[in-house]
Design a protein around this ligand. Structure first.
Ligand SMILES: C[S@@+](CC[C@H](N)C(=O)[O-])C[C@H]1O[C@@H](n2cnc3c(N)ncnc32)[C@H](O)[C@@H]1O
Length: 398
């Protein structure tokens, strides 16, 4: 990519023009860009950058309009709210210098630097390193095209590593396929380090001395992060962030615009009991961090099957860690019975949720032949091992 050309005043004007053309016909857009005197290659690159910037707004908000991307770099980059929170926590822990090992397009490096941390970032791919340098221009960040494993880490307060979790265009889930490799990542866990991992990481691979944090944004679990050595505060943490691209409003404040955090040991089992008037569907970050028992305590709730993370309680409480539903009916699972119940209640629009059921919601929906003006939610699950259907309505908790 001719990044230098795109960063020149003429390139900048071309990118502004391209931004207004991304939604239209691509050939016409290239023609319009070429009409400014730009060569075919530069016009194509400006359009690609403008397209990636438009896509990146979901992760970076208005900052996206000033940044440069590769397709893979954007997909792998940490979104702004998550990177900002990580950086704020590191700064609060007294970290002033950090080595970012595999910095990608530099999303985390930008956040560290903006939090007042001086960053030394390395990246194995030369084009991506060039982009990271552009994205961190003017900030206290040095980017080098270099292998992460060759960096002398002794001089840094902390280390950050967000390994590539993909082979070619495919995502990889096995940490042994991460790059830099897992044995190198494991060696980092013995120093003050933060390691970003896939949310599905096997708990058995996590060192007992580290804090493992799962982060969700708008209900979607986006990452796990290992906080190592003196940066670990608790064994397990679930951090729940709202699903917007605005900046986070501080640490652990629990306010609607900020983050809500649940912490604990991650080893307890929630108490098993009957179904009750309300059911809570915990956020994925709570489930992944094995903090369902801790959440149950805060809600006065129990599970109804030892293997399933739905929580049941007599009253509903406001929580950022779960969605609550009022249970109208608990039925042993029977297609016939469910169909007739929904008919009687005139349910034409149905939300189907499930945990611990092999049924396919869409094929069930067809078989139910829904008809009527009303709306409902059914939860397909098990209670003490037996398949049941919970007929519910979202509970309004204010
Ligand atoms: C998941 S991305 C980092 C994303 C970054 N944290 C961000 O938010 O923009 C991982 C990066 O590590 C780089 N990488 C993989 N192995 C590396 C190695 N051995 N040395 C340096 N960089 C490496 C990849 O090229 C990729 O750009």
């Amino acid at each position: 990519m001719s990044l230098t050309e795109l960063r020149s005043p003429a390139g900048s004007a071309l990118l502004t023009l391209a931004a207004g053309l991304v939604d239209g016909d691509q050939l016409k857009a290239v023609e319009a860009l070429r009409a400014t005197g730009a060569g075919a290659e530069l016009a194509g690159e400006a359009l690609t950058q403008a397209t990636l910037r438009a896509k990146a707004v979901a992760k970076f908000g208005p900052d996206a309009g000033q940044m440069f991307f590769t397709r893979a770099g954007l997909e792998q980059a940490t979104r702004l709210t998550v990177a900002d929170r990580r950086a704020a926590r590191l700064a609060a822990a007294g970290v002033r210098t950090i080595a970012d090992l595999g910095c990608g397009i530099g999303a985390d490096a930008r956040a560290f630097a903006r939090a007042g941390i001086t960053v030394y970032a390395v990246e194995a791919d030369p084009g991506t390193a060039e982009i990271a340098a552009a994205n961190t221009a003017g900030l206290p960040v040095t980017v080098e095209h270099r292998d992460a494993q060759s960096v002398d880490l002794t001089a840094f307060d902390a280390v950050f590593c967000d390994p590539a979790r993909r082979a070619g265009n495919r995502r990889v889930f096995d940490p042994r396929s991460y790059s830099p490799p897992w044995d190198f990542i494991e060696s980092l866990t013995r120093r003050p380090a933060v390691i970003k991992l896939g949310p599905g990481i096997d708990h058995a691979l996590l060192p007992g001395t580290a804090e493992a944090e799962w982060v969700s944004v708008g209900g979607e679990v986006v990452e796990a992060a290992l906080w190592c050595d003196r940066l670990a505060e608790v064994p397990r943490r679930a951090t729940v962030l709202p699903g917007d691209t605005g900046r986070s409003s501080g640490r652990g404040d629990g306010t609607p615009g900020g983050a809500a955090q649940l912490t604990g040991g991650g080893t307890r089992e929630a108490e098993v009991g009957p179904t009750r008037a309300f059911v809570y569907d915990p956020d994925g970050a709570v489930i992944r961090s094995h903090l369902v028992a801790e959440l149950a305590d805060t809600l006065g709730a129990n599970i109804a099957d030892p293997t399933i993370a739905y929580l049941y309680a007599d009253e509903v409480r406001a929580t950022r860690f779960a969605r609550a539903y009022r249970i109208d009916l608990v039925l042993p699972f029977s297609l016939k019975r469910l169909r007739s119940t929904l008919r009687e209640r005139g349910v034409g629009r149905l939300t189907i949720k499930k945990r611990g059921s092999a049924l396919e919601p869409e094929s069930l929906r067809k078989q139910l032949r829904l008809d009527g003006p009303n709306e409902a939610t059914v939860i397909l699950t098990r209670v003490a091992g037996a398949p049941v259907t919970l007929l519910c309505q979202p509970a309004d908790v204010s």
